[in-house]
Write a protein that binds this ligand. Structure first.
Ligand SMILES: Nc1nc2c(c(=O)[nH]1)N[C@H]1C(S)=C(S)[C@@H](COP(=O)(O)O)O[C@H]1N2
Ligand SMILES: [Mo]
Length: 402
């Protein structure tokens, strides 16, 4: 870094507001003032605004920048919540909407239809849960482990936490007359059919075993106290706590209930582990998400030497509440425990922080490592799978001290 460059950076840091002796953190793009910085980015098919300081566009999807969560609470505001769309967001209306429940697993064989009003008149439940894509963190298979994977190159922002209100899937299935012989249910979305590699795979749908469907799954019509936004499944979506995001079908239109096991490309071809370390036909269909942590900092952030910074981040595990978060600021040699700012709960995440005073200028590598109450801890490396699912290794977060 040239002397002038360094002086400019320090000037930038100097004008930034100081809070209680803690210095704010500059995003990496401050280092290149000529870089284009459009206000809003466009992702085909997403309805809500996508300010570029909040989202990174990846094809038809929008990833939340972790640094954009720094000032948010435990819940992710809908405007900052990542979007994963196979095709595009349909703008449905609640007056035309119907949920149709049908199949060999119903006593009367159905179909049994529910209007929006009928669904709203059932007893409601509210619960906090994260939705996290199975491919969250996928890009680190390549950038950190040097391995090829297919799919959207998410960093760590294909996750958000919200308070979902809706009805229990269990109540709907019982009203539709689910038989004791039912084994699988398959919710299906009303968005367009998904074409992949020239094949029409039909509308997005994925079987769910009856045991999970009757346990804690909800059909949600509210997110953080508001009607679901279009992009997150208006008027009704499935929420499957702790499972991979694909289970939480948006824009729900119908549910097949079956007395024989069901299949869809989303549990045969996708969302299984394939590769050298896995069975030739792939692993069993994926269910639960995994364990991770993330810094609320841009990659390549600039932090001023000789000052105390408050490093912040989030940690989560689908298996159990978070127990500890350890942070290393020297590439994994020394670890210190971060302070947790939320009571760890299942299905949620915890905010954490740790003060750090870097002494001298240069590059540095930050790491955060979560351990949960079931004894799971983030490994150094994730075993490779060709579609890059369930990355759980400790992420190496490069920053520069100036
Ligand atoms: N109907 C429908 N449901 C869907 C999808 C979709 O494309 N269509 N994407 C799934 C995937 S892969 C994920 S990770 C989550 C993302 O939810 P979000 O966009 O509300 O963040 O929705 C799931 N439900
Ligand atoms: Mo996903």
């Amino acid at each position: 870094m040239s002397a002038t460059h360094r002086r400019d950076l320090l000037k930038l840091l100097a004008v930034a507001p100081l809070t209680a002796g803690l210095t704010p953190v500059l995003p990496a793009r401050a280092a290149s003032p000529t870089a284009p910085h459009p206000q809003l980015a466009i992702a085909p098919g997403i309805v809500k605004p996508l300010p570029s300081e909040v989202f990174t566009i990846r094809g038809t999807n929008a990833e939340t920048r972790f640094e954009a969560l720094r000032e948010t609470g435990q819940l992710t505001p809908a405007e900052r919540f990542f979007v994963r769309n196979h095709t595009s967001t349909p703008r449905l209306t609640e007056s035309d909407w119907r949920l149709s429940v049908w199949g060999s697993g119903l006593r009367g064989r159905g179909p049994v239809d529910f209007s929006y009003g009928q669904l709203r008149s059932l007893p409601s439940v509210t619960r906090t849960a994260v939705v996290e894509c199975a491919g969250n963190g996928r890009s680190f298979f390549t950038t950190q482990q040097g391995e090829a994977v297919s799919g959207t190159s998410w960093t760590l922002g294909a996750i958000g936490a919200a308070r979902w209100r809706g009805v229990r899937l269990r109540d709907v299935l019982h009203r539709a007359g689910i038989a004791s012989s039912a084994v699988d249910v398959m919710p299906r979305g009303l968005d367009d059919e998904f074409i992949s590699g020239g094949n029409n795979l039909g509308r997005v749908r994925r079987p769910l075993p009856v045991a999970k469907a009757l346990d804690d799954v909800i059909l949600a019509y509210e997110m953080n106290g508001e009607p679901l936004p279009y992009d997150h499944g208006f008027p009704v979506r499935v929420i499957v706590p702790s499972w991979i995001g694909i289970a939480s079908i948006k824009w729900l239109g119908d549910i097949e209930v079956s007395d024989t096991p069901l299949e869809s490309p989303w549990n045969t071809q996708f969302y299984r582990l394939f590769g050298a370390a896995h069975p030739p036909a792939g692993s069993a269909p994926l269910t639960r998400q995994t364990i991770k942590s993330a810094f609320e900092l841009p990659n390549g952030a600039l932090l001023e030497a000789g000052r105390t910074h408050r490093l912040t981040g989030r940690a989560w595990s689908a298996a159990a509440p978070v127990r500890t978060v350890e942070v290393s600021t020297d590439g994994g040699t020394h670890w210190r425990r971060a302070r947790l700012h939320d009571t760890p709960r299942r299905h949620g995440w915890v905010r954490w922080s740790l003060p750090w005073r870097p002494r001298s200028a240069g590059t540095a590598e930050l790491r955060a490592r979560t351990t949960d109450l079931a004894g799971n801890s983030q490994p150094e490396r994730t075993v490779h799978n060709t579609q890059g699912y369930l990355f759980d290794a400790v992420v190496r977060h490069q920053i520069t001290v100036v």
